[in-house]
Design a protein around this ligand. Structure first.
Ligand code: ADP
Ligand code: UVW
Ligand code: MG
Length: 404
């Protein structure tokens, strides 16, 4: 049995899972939040113990002192030592790291060497919010687990198959080339996993299928997948473009940014914060969390209602665009926190597409079930599916494959 530790390290938090890859079983999961703040927060769950029935003893929650990522890793090691499972008994043979921006340089899971770290650092220019945090997590993990290979799995890798027509922005090509301005796309690990899982559910080889995958989580992106390869995706040079997200605007006329700088006197950093942190459903409806937004809309809050309408209108536009690019659609697949759990978002997003052969079944859409399922009517020409994503398992699998 091969055990892999998966690390998803963000600027102020990191999440981890210890996974037995062949059995696709999570042995432990946890997160450390508010790194660098006065009081950090840690959560750890011994999943094997939970499955064995000790739900209370298996979960641990605490306020901790975590000035930096090294301290956060120590908190994780302490949690394993105190609450299990034992890292001696289930020693990871590799550590898999989510790295958000791999640029045009990385298209495969990559064993992390000093040179790879230099490259990831250098790519920070194209992902200033993500890559430095990913790198801090790598440094800390290498110190905590010095004896095993560390593997970087890039969000951008799956989208390296996009054709130039899809990834090129129509701006002066010399300026674009000099600054590596192009679309890279993100959430690739999830889009890859979900497209394979959808094919398995449909009982057909992924090579035969044309799919539209809608990853609607905190960040959100759509992906057109033909024969198992990404041919177009909604995120661009950074994870800001495309769909409406929790706090990110998605598409806006680029002239809006200039207008806000020239007329409203905002600095470039202020515009950055506005679009990345104070927009999306938070900016429109006052809630970054879809559950809270839906509750507000249910109680008659007009701003929350409009936020939901803008959100689902945008999803529908991308579905139409990607259907046109694919020429034929076998299935539309919803995934991630919102996509897996919100019947309302799924229904509204595909409303009015009956003329294109897309018919959501009301009852199936509202069924609460785990695992992959079909929510379209039997008569629907296009299958509409809900398929849970598992980025951590996909990272563990790819890390294991990379170390042989
Ligand atoms: N039952 C639900 N109904 C509607 N939205 C939900 C539900 N459960 C989770 N979500 C939403 O999913 C989003 C988080 O998605 P997730 O994929 O976990 O994000 P991330 O991994 O990017 O943090 C939040 O907006 C949350 O409100
Ligand atoms: C790349 C990205 O947007 O990731 P997340 O959804 O985790 O924010
Ligand atoms: Mg997620």
């Amino acid at each position: 049995m091969s055990v892999v530790l998966v690390v998803n390290s963000g600027s102020s938090s990191f999440k981890y899972q210890l996974i037995e890859v062949e059995r696709a079983e999570t042995l432990a999961s946890g997160l450390v939040e508010r790194i660098g703040a006065d009081a950090g927060q840690a959560r750890h769950r011994n999943e094997s113990a939970a499955r064995a029935g000790g739900a209370e003893a298996s979960a641990w929650d605490s306020t901790v002192d975590v000035p930096d990522h090294f301290a956060a890793f120590q908190v994780m090691l302490d949690a394993f030592a105190e609450h299990g499972p034992s890292l001696e008994e289930h020693a990871p043979i590799a550590v898999g790291h989510r790295v958000v921006q791999g640029g045009a340089r990385f298209f495969e899971p990559t064993i992390i060497t000093d040179l790879v770290k230099i490259n990831i650092d250098e790519l920070s220019a194209l992902a200033p919010l993500h890559n430095p945090a990913n790198l801090a997590g790598i440094e800390a993990a290498q110190r905590a687990f010095p004896g095993v290979p560390h593997v970087a799995v890039f969000d951008t890798a799956f989208h390296q198959t996009m054709p130039p027509a899809a990834y090129t922005y129509a701006i002066d090509r010399e300026v674009a080339a000099k600054h590596r301005v192009r679309r890279y796309g993100f959430h690739g690990t999830s889009h890859r996993f979900v497209s394979r899982a959808a094919a398995e559910f449909l009982g057909r080889p992924v090579e035969e299928l044309r799919l539209i995958v809608l990853h609607l989580g905190n960040g959100a992106s759509a992906c057109a997948i033909s024969g198992g390869r990404s041919v177009e995706t909604s995120m661009g040079m950074t994870p800001l473009e495309g769909l409406v997200m929790g706090t990110r605007s998605g598409d806006v006329d680029p002239a809006v940014l200039l207008h806000l700088q020239r007329r409203a006197g905002l600095s470039a950093d202020e515009v950055d914060r506005l679009l990345n942190s104070r927009s999306g459903i938070l900016g429109l409806g006052g809630h970054a969390d879809m559950r809270d937004l839906q509750a507000a809309a249910d109680s008659g809050d007009a701003a929350a209602m409009l936020a939901l309408e803008v959100y689902t209108h945008r999803v529908r536009s991308y579905v139409g665009a990607y259907a046109a690019q694919l020429g034929r659609v076998d299935a539309i697949v919803f995934t991630a926190g919102v996509g897996e759990n919100s019947p309302m978002v799924r229904e509204w997003s595909l409303a009015g597409l009956e003329g294109f052969g897309v018919e959501v079944d009301r009852e199936r859409n509202h069924e609460r079930a785990r695992g992959a399922r079909r929510i379209s009517t039997d008569a629907s020409r296009v299958d509409v599916l809900v398929v849970p994503t598992n980025e951590e398992l996909e990272i563990a699998r790819q890390a294991l494959a990379a170390v042989g």
